[in-house]
Design a protein. Structure first.
Length: 661
């Protein structure tokens, strides 16, 4: 593994005294919000032995007809307020908010997503009658949400104030900033959407996947544009990122501006910031900055980020020296790099194949935007690859994260219909491994290795072949110095990263009282004529909105919990036919088991289950007229779950089905 040299050089003169954080002002924490959030239903693993935690008969779960006995893996009993864990948030149907509007002269900031995770970034800024929303990202599913397509930020607060939303401003076209746009925009009244050209093209392309939703009301802006969102004046500046057309935002308030650069890293070499970059940020020398909100993704990495130009040099070398055909896989979102790779290929007289949907689509958008101009004939279809000698083709593929069905994954396991990897090919994995994908990437590399290829990856390469798109600690410090804000809210990152970012700001001289580390939904206000920043005790709804096929939102939690249970212990269905006149079983119950136990080898257990069913039904119907089917179902669920747990130590989803004749 190559160590990226730490560069602690501060490009600013040592006498740069201009930088000092305003020391005045206090944060008054009205009341730290207590978990559980009233907008979440939270499930808690139960510690008690199940026998002492028998669920109530006729609890509301009875009507759903499926059961999971209270246990350490899941719990269907409605929660008491006192029970909570931040780890398993599930949201409840939205309640009408009781949060009052901000007072006159107050600036309200609500990070609605992206501050308890990396992904689904969205922040609302509310001043008087105007709300501006910055970004609406998405997050991919996690282990806790099987089967979910993706997650978007909670829009409840905004939905309830649709008529005040004057603008959605998008910093750049990455999915953690635009992935939620189609669904979020339709939920918040489709306000005007502002961003630069490429980002808007990316959003329009994504919008095509949602033909049932209204078209975006998009307006292209440039770095020198000024817009009015209601009474709020907004300006912009350009930032360096792996995505061209990335935009920083300046929101003017009576007490100074709010600066949020979106994702950025500095265009610098060995800590010396380029002239162009200095120019973009030069306005900050005169700007009175009230609040800085900035990215914490790489706050834990010391030094400056590796400049992308170093990666371009490294790739150029590796491609030049590579033997056989060159196959490169990078993030389809690393647009700048993808364009550079095509340029390198052209300089070596190589034809280029673009294989993979997101890759093709992104490059098409760049061509449309006029920033990607391959020579005529450079790009060839994958099926023509064998028409050229091996050293005259470069194949770009999706799938560096080990995605099974991406182009590279299919090529590696020989299921690619149009492309075969050959011994002697060089494969360059020009990306880091996203945490959680380690095993998948290992499988990919193993599969590739079986083809007798040479693999060059980020970890083992002699050359730089990947760099992050986010600024490291020194890039971030540079921005703090440059903006010299009065108040600071760290955003974009896991909680521990935001806390680290707070520490970095404090080390630069900022008072702890002028920093608030937010949670999703935290309502932060700058009050007293811009002199004090507080955290209100109320919280905006922040539970994740899960998108699952065509459905979205609030009631998915029950579905997800069932999926988790099914995945863990399977299901057990019992079908009993009851004679409604006598209350007796008409025939031996049918039993279906999936993912639980193999029925054929457990005849004795089945026999006992049937006896319990018979006895339960007789007990519950004795003397009753008419028969209460709900009560029977509840008892059957309880008794069978308990019995199965005693016999197998497993807790399948038990589903009793009663037929009456
Ligand atoms: Zn980005
Ligand atoms: Zn981002």
């Amino acid at each position: 593994m190559k160590e990226i040299p730490k560069k602690n050089h501060d490009p600013r003169p040592k006498s740069g005294q201009r930088f000092s954080y305003h020391k005045s002002g206090n944060i008054r924490v009205l009341q730290k919000p207590q978990l559980p959030n009233p907008n979440k239903i939270i499930t808690t693993p139960k510690q008690s032995a199940y026998s002492s935690d028998r669920p109530q008969k006729n609890a509301n779960r009875a009507s759903r007809g499926s059961y999971q006995y209270n246990n350490s893996k899941g719990n269907r009993r409605p929660k008491r307020e006192s029970e909570g864990t931040p780890n398993k948030p599930y949201i409840q149907k939205n309640k009408v908010s009781t949060i009052p509007p901000p007072d006159k002269g107050v600036i309200r900031i609500i990070p609605l997503g992206g501050v308890e995770e990396i992904g689904k970034n969205m922040t609302a800024i509310e001043i008087g009658d105007d709300i501006i929303v910055v970004d609406a990202g998405m997050q991919f599913k996690t282990e806790d949400t099987p089967g979910i397509d993706y997650i978007i930020p909670n829009t409840t607060y905004l939905e309830e104030r649709k008529d005040k939303i004057r603008a959605m401003i998008v910093t750049h076209g990455h999915l953690d900033h635009i992935g939620g746009i189609p669904l979020v925009m339709s939920r918040i009244g489709n306000p005007p959407l502002y961003s630069r050209n490429l980002s808007i093209l990316v959003m329009r392309k994504r919008q095509e996947e949602f033909p049932h939703l209204p078209a975006l009301n998009a307006q292209v802006i440039e770095t020198n544009s000024v817009i009015y969102a209601g009474n709020i004046r907004v300006r912009f500046f350009g930032v360096t990122h792996t995505m061209p057309d990335s935009l920083g935002i300046v929101i003017e308030t009576p007490y100074g501006s709010i600066i949020t650069p979106g994702d950025f890293k500095l265009d610098q070499i060995d800590g010396v910031v380029s002239e162009e970059e200095e120019k973009e940020y030069a306005f900050l020398d005169k700007e009175k900055v009230l609040l800085l909100m900035t990215d914490s993704t790489n706050i834990e990495n010391e030094g400056f980020s590796l400049p992308e130009v170093r990666v371009h040099e490294g790739l150029d070398k590796v491609i030049r020296q590579g033997t056989g055909r060159i196959i490169i896989s990078a993030f389809a979102s690393s647009i700048t790099r993808l364009m550079k790779i095509v340029e390198i290929a052209e300089s070596l007289g190589k034809k280029v194949v673009l294989d993979g949907r997101s890759l093709k689509s992104n490059m098409e958008i760049c061509e449309q935007a006029g920033i990607f101009k391959p020579k005529k004939g450079t790009i060839i279809p994958v099926e023509n690859v064998d028409n050229y000698p091996p050293n005259k083709v470069l194949i770009m593929m999706t799938g560096a994260q080990g995605e099974e069905f991406a182009a590279l994954g299919r090529a590696a396991n020989k299921t690619h219909k149009k492309f075969t990897i050959r011994s002697g090919d060089t494969i360059i994995l020009s990306s880091s491994i996203v945490p959680g994908n380690e095993i998948a990437v290992q499988h990919l590399k193993d599969n590739l290795s079986r083809h007798g290829v040479k693999i060059i990856s980020y970890r083992t390469s002699e050359e730089y072949i990947h760099a992050t798109g986010h600024g490291n600690q020194e890039d971030i410090k540079w921005l703090h110095r440059k903006t010299h804000p009065k108040f600071f809210i760290p955003i974009h990152g896991w909680h521990s990263m935001l806390v680290k970012h707070k520490e970095v700001a404090m080390a630069l001289g900022m008072s702890i009282d002028n920093i608030i580390v937010p949670d999703n939904g935290s309502i932060i206000e700058i009050i007293e004529n811009g002199n004090k920043m507080i955290l209100r005790k109320e919280k905006a709804a922040s539970g994740p909105m899960m998108v699952d096929g065509f459905s979205i939102g609030d009631e998915q939690d029950v579905v997800i919990r069932d999926r988790v249970m099914l995945a863990q212990d399977g299901m057990f269905v019992l079908i009993a036919t009851i004679d409604s006149s006598t209350g007796k079983l008409r025939k031996s119950p049918d039993i279906i088991s999936r993912g639980f136990i193999y029925l054929k080898e457990n005849q004795e257990l089945l026999h006992q289950v049937r006896l319990i069913i018979k006895k339960t039904i007789e007990d519950e119907t004795r003397g009753l007229h008419p028969i209460d089917f709900d009560t029977i179902k509840t008892s059957l669920g309880d008794n069978i779950s308990k019995f199965l747990f005693q016999k197998t130590a497993k807790r399948p989803l038990v589903i009793p089905v009663l037929l009456s004749i």
